[in-house]
Design a protein around this ligand. Sequence first.
Ligand code: FMN
Length: 185
Amino acid sequence: MKIIGIATSPRKGGNSQKLVESVLAGAKDAGAETELICLTDQNIHPCIGCGDCKSGHDTCAQKDDMSMLYEKIAAADGIIFGAPIYFGRLNAQAYMVIDRMWALLNPDFSLRIPAGKKFAVALTCGPGDAKTIQPMEQYFQNTVCGIFGFTYAGTVWQNQLMSPADLEKFPEKITEANELGKRLV
Ligand SMILES: Cc1cc2nc3c(=O)[nH]c(=O)nc-3n(C[C@H](O)[C@H](O)[C@H](O)COP(=O)(O)O)c2cc1C
């Protein structure tokens, strides 16, 4: 059982990454092999909409670290996807990865990866509240999980997180993230 965490914040070691790490810790406690991938360590470019992955080729024409991420997503049994809220939606880096996942779909939109992977979400924000988070939660649950055949396992989120260490003020959220990690296994 392999669970991967994808931390998309441009701020390495920030709140959403720590929330992802806490989900992975719960998954590890439940017996999973876990791996954290921080986008800050990767060289990944945006989708250029070239259509190459839909016209005779079964992967992306761009050769960057997304090639590694395709393999890790394909091999994973579960994924925890972490992102901060930027201006009421996800950060640009999160959408960049999701857009590049276009290459995981065949021209008829069937999957190039096995269906049924468990998928959970870790979101952090500042002054926002549940009304800020809900549209993003629904986006992951309906659009992302729907398109990629993921089984939605839940979302953990926390607001009032501005400084990178602010998550430490919410120890109960770490426990909730651990529990979500166990449900991914
Ligand atoms: C460009 C930018 C836009 C932001 N927009 C929002 C927002 O619309 N709502 C909100 O509650 N917090 C907003 N924030 C605050 C971040 O979501 C918050 O600090 C988050 O915990 C950062 O996660 P990180 O530590 O993983 O980078 C914004 C932060 C930045 C840098």
